[in-house]
Design a protein around this ligand. Structure first.
Ligand code: AMP
Ligand code: MG
Length: 585
């Protein structure tokens, strides 16, 4: 097993001698284009037809009556055997991908804490007026089933903190069905916190307000930062009491249940394949892989004898890109188990995640992660570990030659990651073209940031906002993060090297440099204290701060008056220092 050097996030050495394997070419394009795309003409044909017909039918209006919003699980039910046992009794499940399981309605009054207009209108074709109805609250919390819905709970396993944990599955999530929108895109709708399933183990099937609010805001924030992720449509808060020992210290408190309606193109994970491979259910493993490839990797030919190898190389490539994107915004997932790693390489299952504030490769957002296994700086290595587990799951379906080729593919992961992160950090510094000094400029800045505990987000943002003239003059009166940096003995050297490098970009105007940098360096990320403050208000049924944060984080690259007034780009308040997040949710 190879390991990514611990410092990889930061050393960003330019990649040379890249391993050339199936489909693994480094993408030189803009961020949003860098995930592998399936745009073969044959793939586009049926999509275009669907798009035309649906467009004609619904171009004029969004859906205003929820009874007309139909979801379906027919495709999933048609593709796979369903668990023969009915009911939510906790059990070991075999020979299926899904079990039938209905949400358990939440008790007490329901309150709509937040909705995502972008998701409802843009992805689900729903008019915002539907959110005013009582029905909406019921549909989005598990109190009533959407038209067409036959809810399912997915069976999966996973490696947790390095060890095989056996069957996990959707213990508190219900897949309501798929919805194909008028653009022709199919989304899978899931409720999280909607009650017990056969996979609940000793859990109560619920999710509390604090974790649900964090998932809602966290996933939406990541989307608007340009990082591939699941999305959140709504957050409903109930009065149902839910007992939680938040910090596992014997201090059990009564909290309240909440449900997030979240959507993704697919919720299949590495653990979805692992459980089938481990239990020797190879026909089902093949079936699931064929389904995932056909639905989500249409450029891979179904008749290609190397299709599983090509699929694997795509996941390796896209996961390397995702890990680099996480690092570029200082995002630490918190629980990078294989059951939380998507086969589509999107960010899923938001738990004790955190955006790093003071720059520290050892930043661990999850206080339950004593050993710092999932620190922000370890995520690249963890991605490699998880991909190795994926390869283990695929091995029974690969020939000896294909397994060797897949191992070579995996060896290429490090270079893909290094190249992408180098590219991302160059963009964060506004550097164009290639220069021998680029690695040094990036590495030294990160070292100075680490030594001075400078704020990760605001250092890059303030470098984006300051003019070259201000930087030359060391004029940091409005720039608290740069002020912190400037106390370092090497900062002046770094700054002059950086400014010289910028001055060599002969066709680049300073205003253009700043514009470019402001487009990739957010001014606002979901800092723990911001989420905590919104949680405290939400616990008292005041959701205005969630709504405000959601709005602000939907345009993280644009300076907004309300965000400035709330201090979201200011030095974090003192009380934020002691904040902790645990696995409990
Ligand atoms: P997570 O850490 O949220 O990714 O969860 C790991 C596994 O535990 C998943 O299978 C979850 O569905 C399950 N799980 C976590 N919390 C609960 C709960 N309160 N009730 C039932 N299952 C849970
Ligand atoms: Mg999970």
């Amino acid at each position: 097993m190879w390991s990514v050097p611990k410092v990889l996030f930061f050393t960003v050495v330019a990649a040379t001698n890249m391993t050339i394997v199936h489909m693994l070419d480094f993408c030189q394009k803009a961020d949003s284009e860098c995930q592998s795309q399936d745009i073969s003409p044959s793939a586009l044909q049926p999509r275009a037809q669907i798009l035309n017909s649906r467009w004609n039918a619904s171009v004029l209006s969004l859906i205003q009556n929820l009874n007309h919003f139909r979801v379906s699980s027919e495709k999933l039910r048609g593709a796979f055997p369903i668990d023969e046992v009915q009911g939510n009794a906790v059990r070991t499940v075999k020979n299926c991908i899904f079990s039938e399981s209905s949400p358990t309605p939440l008790k007490g009054r329901l309150r709509l804490a937040a909705v995502s207009k972008d998701v409802l209108e843009g992805l689900l074709d729903l008019d915002m007026s539907v959110t005013q109805s009582e029905e909406f609250l019921l549909y989005t919390s598990g109190g009533r089933c959407l038209p067409g819905s036959q809810p399912l709970a997915h069976r999966y396993g996973g490696h947790q903190f390095g060890y095989w944990a056996g069957q996990l599955g959707d213990g508190r999530a219900h897949l309501l069905g798929q919805y194909t929108n008028r653009k022709g895109d199919t989304w899978e709708l899931q409720l999280k916190g909607s009650g017990k399933t056969p996979y609940s183990r000793s859990g109560d099937g619920r999710a509390v307000v604090r974790s649900s609010l964090r998932e809602f805001l966290g996933s939406e924030a990541m989307h608007f930062l340009g990082v591939p992720t699941s999305r959140a449509a709504s957050l409903v808060v109930s009065d149902e009491p839910v007992l939680r020992d938040q910090f596992y210290d014997g201090n059990v408190k009564t909290e309240r249940g909440a449900v997030v309606l979240r959507i993704a193109k697919s919720w299949f994970r590495i653990g979805s394949l692992e459980i089938l491979s481990r239990s020797g259910e190879l026909d089902l493993l093949r079936k699931l892989l064929n389904f995932v490839i056909e639905e989500h990797f249409p450029s891979i030919q179904s008749k290609d004898s190397d299709k599983y190898l090509v699929f694997y190389s795509r996941v390796v490539n896209d996961t390397a890109h995702l890990m680099a994107q996480w690092a570029s915004v200082g995002f630490a997932h918190g629980v990078c188990n294989t059951d939380n790693f998507s086969l589509l390489s999107i960010t899923i299952d938001y738990g004790p995640f955190g955006f790093m504030e003071s720059y520290n490769p050892g930043f661990v957002p999850n206080t339950s992660d004593d050993e710092g296994r999932y620190s922000v700086g370890a995520q690249a290595s963890v991605g490699l570990f998880n991909l190795d587990k994926l390869l283990d799951a695929l091995r029974p379906l690969l020939t000896a030659g294909q397994q060797l080729a897949a191992e070579t593919v995996l060896k290429g992961y490090v270079d893909i990651y290094k190249t992408r992160i180098h590219h991302l950090f160059k963009a964060k510094l506004g550097l164009l073209g290639d220069d021998v000094e680029d690695d040094y400029i990036i590495a030294l800045l990160l070292q100075v940031m680490e030594d001075t505990q400078a704020d990760f987000t605001m250092t890059f943002r303030q470098l984006s906002e300051a003019s070259a003239q201000q930087l030359h003059k060391h004029n940091f009166t409005q720039a608290w993060a740069l002020e912190d940096l400037s106390s370092h003995g090497h900062f002046a050297d770094w700054l002059s090297t950086y400014l010289q490098r910028l001055s060599r970009q002969s066709h680049d105007k300073d205003v253009e440099r700043r514009g470019r940098m402001k487009g990739v360096n957010p001014r606002y990320v979901l800092r723990n204290w911001m989420a905590e403050s919104a949680i405290r208000e939400a616990e008292m049924n005041n959701f205005s701060e969630v709504v405000l944060l959601h709005r602000i984080l939907s345009s993280p690259f644009i300076t907004q008056t309300s965000a400035e007034e709330a201090g979201y780009a200011a030095r974090p308040p003192r009380w934020a220092q002691g904040l902790k997040v645990s696995c409990s949710s």
